[in-house]
Design a protein around this ligand. Sequence first.
Ligand code: PLP
Length: 416
Amino acid sequence: MPELLNQIREQLAALQEQKLLRKRRIVDGPQGPLLEVDGRQYLAFCSNDYLGLANHPALHAAAQAGLDKYGVGASASALISGHTSVVEELELALAEFVGMPRALHFSTGYMANMGTIPALVGAGDVVFSDRLNHACLIDGARLSGAQFRIYPHGDVARLEQLLAKSNSSGNSPRKLVVTDAIFSMDGDIAPLPELLALCEKYDAWLLVDDAHGFGVLGPQGRGSVAHFGLKSERILYMGTLGKAAGVAGAFVAGDAILIEWLLQRARTYIFTTASPPMLASALLAAVKVMQTEDWRQQHLQQLIGRLRSGLADLPWPLLPSETAVQALIVEDNQLALDLMEGLRALGIWVPAIRPPTVPKDTARLRISLSAAHSNEQIDQLISALHTVAKHALAKNALTKKYTAAETPGMTRSTVE
Ligand SMILES: *Cc1c(COP(=O)(O)O)cnc(C)c1O
């Protein structure tokens, strides 16, 4: 066997040993609260389909109509011949919906960030990034060649120090602050008004990644910038379309000049085949459903409250979160896995998230809720979690297995 393959085989074996080897499970049928996984039905709390649109009849019908009108593929990049009328219409609808002058459609959120950051900043510039930002903001910043400054999670004072320092260096680099609007593993909301105020004070831009807020926060789900009522030429808003919008893709919205620049320079926009037009057709329907069925957002809010009060007396804390992402911090990796397995035996699927996806000693169950869930399904989860918690604690008392969780309580630190 070539040495290279040998090395990789050993690396895979090491992952297996550390219980970090990831496995996919095979899902059959449409997304929804009830998922058929490896041939068995589960009540699922693991999707980002926050409004229950991934299998909505209006989106089905619109996708079908788009398919009939445009066929399956876009056949070329948007700048050659792949920019269809339905995508043009979608960009206008999205800009209007989030209250920004102009929007540009990307194939995925990952590509949107990987294209946008390097189009705005480069060598000699500085990107400021929250410690808990999503991988694609980090990768986009690295790709840009700009300096990369990390500030502790949500620490506006520390960010201000870093901004002030970069201003005092004599030359005036371009400065870009990048942040998740809702942090994907914690569910908390970034202090966007404070971040924007700092950007104004220190002449920086603010890139807001609203993957988990678009469709969920703000009036009718217009997103986190609308939620805070912010307006500024300094904001670039990135919304993804595969989560609450139920389909796939992403967009970046902001000042018309900036968006024109992205169209000219974002390499992940220019050098890729445009996504299938029928997806844009389904997305136009999604934007409409968000406005005509805003009971979905309200129902989701009510489910969040129901879950939080139902879990309040568990021995582990839920992180503060008013969003669809609810993280139950159990600290110990094995305990998180045991709880996940216990739930699975009861027919409920909640993912355990461990380091390195989250900081050390903050292993958790990441519960994600959807407007497609019913009150009864939330109650089922609450009762199952109490059952598996009791079993885990009894086992713990016998074996002293979970050292980190012996004194339950949150010890999560904000390290720089
Ligand atoms: C999911 C996610 C992305 C990536 O979006 P895709 O469209 O799935 O590529 C970007 N940022 C955050 C915070 C996300 O959670």
